[in-house]
Ligand binder design. Structure first.
Ligand code: ZN
Length: 103
């Protein structure tokens, strides 16, 4: 009788089912080699046109909402284009050079 591989008293997670019928790689999680992201984690990709439009919309919304934000950079992986982070640059309050600061 074949020995059961049942993992009793162990949580059965997605990985358990993913690797049920094939050997699990040494790395517990599949990470992208270029930016170390979990491949199962679906993220926006700047190279996908529809994703890029979502990113643009998001940034436009934020710029409208936060008037002290100068710009927002969508930081993405240079290799695969996965969106990793947003970096905001705030306006420097000391260097007000606009119409509103003229005396
Ligand atoms: Zn990448």
């Amino acid at each position: 009788m074949a020995k059961s591989k049942a993992r009793t008293n162990k949580p059965l997670d997605r990985d358990y089912f993913k690797y049920k019928d094939r050997p699990k790689p040494k790395n517990a999680k599949d990470l992208t080699p270029c930016c170390n992201q979990d491949v199962d984690h679906e993220v926006l990709n700047v190279r996908v046109k529809s994703d890029w439009e979502l990113i643009e919309d998001h940034i436009e919304d934020k710029l409208r909402e936060y008037s002290d934000t100068e710009s927002i950079t969508p930081v993405s992986c240079k290799k695969c284009g996965r969106l990793l982070n947003y970096v905001s640059v705030l306006k420097d309050p000391k260097s007000k050079g606009g119409w509103f600061n003229q005396t």
